[in-house]
Design a protein around this ligand. Structure first.
Ligand code: FAD
Ligand code: MG
Ligand code: MG
Length: 321
């Protein structure tokens, strides 16, 4: 029996994304509980429906603080902290621009410059006031909107890992559409690790640049090829530059972060994407617990230190720098 025959895969569509759970035992009930957990988080955190804890904060922008649950408050505090780091292009108050561009959703278009500039005035993370005495969140200006799209999948992937661990599961993989978290390794595979494909940008769904092998680590990828639209020969992807209000434009096609926690991976993919290769590598040099693989437009695959993973290059169009 090949190792793959022993892996049971369960799939769902949640968080607007294809969700994949791999287990080593056939356990439909456990899979259903995992999907329920993800669904519960989606209901709290979504900005794609009229009601959620996050939407209640957005609806009260410029008017009043809103008390939220402890976990949501903590997640928002993490998002705010990442957003106010000096030079950070991670910005969780990017909501008004995300809503206006609608990249990856029906009805996307390129907004007029004046409109972008007006919306940029609503994206200052310092204008989010957190009060930890009553766990309230206040958006100071009317029209402000928080968007946890760049951090929430990582947070949820960690919750799934913790839940599975509590249930006594030793080996599992959860993929929330670009956010992978693992428990153990693929127990009876030759390598004893999970192999996670690094997708080839703008190619078929099964075409890979290479494979990243990890045990009990998170692997998160952010790329320009995930959600985008094209207009007049130009591509507009979903990671926005909070300085200009336009999609972030640099030498990168994707950034993958390997770390213990997926929330960290999710924050760092977006942060590092904004930094580019050179600054990103320098930034990581002081953070050995976070490792990354950058893929550039000119076909280079550049990794920082690689203590927590191994990488196997498969595609000849790319070369390891
Ligand atoms: P990342 O690179 O980690 O983040 C990019 C996303 O973060 C963007 O899509 C945007 O939302 C936001 N963002 C853009 N620029 C910045 C920036 N500079 N700083 C910080 N954040 C930025 N998709 C659907 O199609 N339909 C849904 O109903 C839907 N519901 C969702 C509900 C929840 C709770 C979550 C977490 C996601 C949902 N999504 C949905 C997907 C969502 O719209 C984003 O596309 C997704 O979260 C992007 O994740 P990523 O890891 O690919 O990208
Ligand atoms: Mg992210
Ligand atoms: Mg992400």
């Amino acid at each position: 029996m090949s190792p793959d025959d022993r892996v049971y895969a369960y799939s769902a569509v949640l968080l607007g994304s294809p969700i994949l759970l791999k287990l080593f035992d056939h356990n439909q009930t456990l899979a259903a509980r995992v999907f329920r957990l993800i669904k519960q988080q989606e209901i709290l955190l979504t900005v794609n429906r009229p009601h959620s804890e996050v939407m209640s904060i957005n609806h009260a922008a410029g008017e009043s603080p809103v008390v939220v649950s402890q976990p949501v408050f903590e997640l928002i505090a993490r998002a705010r902290a990442a957003s106010v780091l000096p030079g950070s292009l991670f910005n969780f108050t990017i909501g008004p621009l995300v809503k206006r561009w609608k990249i990856g959703f029906q009805g996307n278009s390129v907004p007029p410059l004046a409109e972008i500039q007006a919306l940029l005035a609503l994206t200052n993370p310092h204008h989010v006031i957190l009060n930890d005495r009553d766990r309230s969140v206040f958006l100071q200006k009317s029209g402000m909107e928080i968007d946890l799209g760049a951090i929430a999948k990582g947070y949820i992937a960690d919750l799934v890992r913790d839940f599975l661990r509590q249930e006594g599961v030793e080996d599992a993989l959860i993929n929330l559409g670009g956010n992978v978290q693992t428990l153990g390794g693929a127990a009876d595979s030759e390598s004893g690790s999970w192999g996670i494909g690094l997708k080839k940008p703008f190619a078929g769904p099964d075409e890979l640049i290479g494979v990243i092998n990890v045990r009990g680590k998170s692997v998160v990828t952010s790329g320009v090829y995930e959600r985008y639209f094209e207009l007049a020969g130009k591509r507009y992807h979903h990671i926005l530059d909070p300085r200009s209000g336009y999609p972030l434009d640099n030498e990168l096609l994707s950034v993958t972060v390997i770390s213990a926690d997926s929330i960290e991976g999710d924050i760092y993919t977006t942060l590092l994407y904004g930094m580019g290769v050179e600054k990103g590598l320098a930034y990581l040099a002081a953070r050995p617990e976070i490792e990354a693989i950058f893929v550039t437009r000119d076909g280079q695959v550049i990794s920082s230190s690689a203590r927590q993973f191994t990488f196997t290059l498969l595609d000849e169009d790319f070369h390891q720098a």
